[in-house]
Ligand binder design. Sequence first.
Ligand code: CUA
Length: 369
Amino acid sequence: MRRLTLPLMALGFGGACAAESQSVFHPSGEGAADINRLQVWVFGAAGVVGVIVAALIIYCLVRFRRRANDEESPEPIQVHGNLRLEIGWTIVPALILSVVAAATMVSLFNLSERPNDATHIKVFGQQWWWSYEYDLDDDGESEIVTANDLVIPVDREVVLDLTSRDVIHSFWIPSLAGTKDVVPGRWHELPIQASRPGVYEGQCKEFCGLSHANMRARVVAVEEDEFEQWVDEQRDAAKVPSDPVAVEGKKQFETLLCAQCHQIRGVNDGLEVSRDLLVSQHAPDLTHFASRGVFASGMFALYEEDGTVNRAALEAWLRDPPDELPMAADHQPYRGMPTLNLTEDQIDQLVAYLTSLGPKPPTSSEERR
Ligand code: CUA
């Protein structure tokens, strides 16, 4: 299958990105496996038909081409209709398509199954990032609000309830499940399940504005006990820094514009900020920022391979976000994070504070799929 993957991707199958981790041909979840089983043999059958048709066309082109002495040769025998051929080329495609339709129906029914005990996670799309809310005790209040990394337990059935806060997006993790459009004013369901721990990458699949191509998605699948530990940590209020530089960073967060859009649970509560901005989630909740593997719509890794903070990327982001992630054409007022003209000292302090927020990401997230 691997040998087939690259040529297929070149043809536009399997997504816009050639990353192995975004291949629909390497399913790691039931939904994706179902889709893959269907597409592999449908593609095979279509390939055989395609080769036969192409061969017949080439044969006719060569066999009946115009020859030098055609002027003298008599006109070919004129025929009209051939009952046996016509019945044949009606029945054979009808049979093939019936089998494809039946198999597709089976897959559709499988994919639409919703286990009753599934864990529901709310997914909000907005220009140009994803936020996730977990209401674990089903009381209508989300205990966990996070962004960019969607953490799920391995082997458990998860149903994503998706909606959008602005325009239409589409959520797609190719190796875990099919795609689902994310539409403002509507809730769509997408069952998703990972059979192995690891990081599964995906992206927004519906053109949604300037940084559509940068609107990445990431699922971090972890073992059940690791998930429980992650949940416990995420439920806590934000860590209070002790390092003096980070303490200064917290002050910057509170006094600069940051706290007007970003929520850090336990920090904004006492501040004079517009609740509307926080409620509408104009910006990612940063309560446990350091527990995520990526930031800025998943564009940048928060940690280097050796586990140290990717300071350069985080500093560059704070220095000039629109330069790192295009948010408006021609420097018009944009969505997303503005340039705050921070001093290098302020940037250092904010980096120290942000990276003190929360534990490191779950360990299995080092394994990329
Ligand atoms: Cu969101 Cu494309």
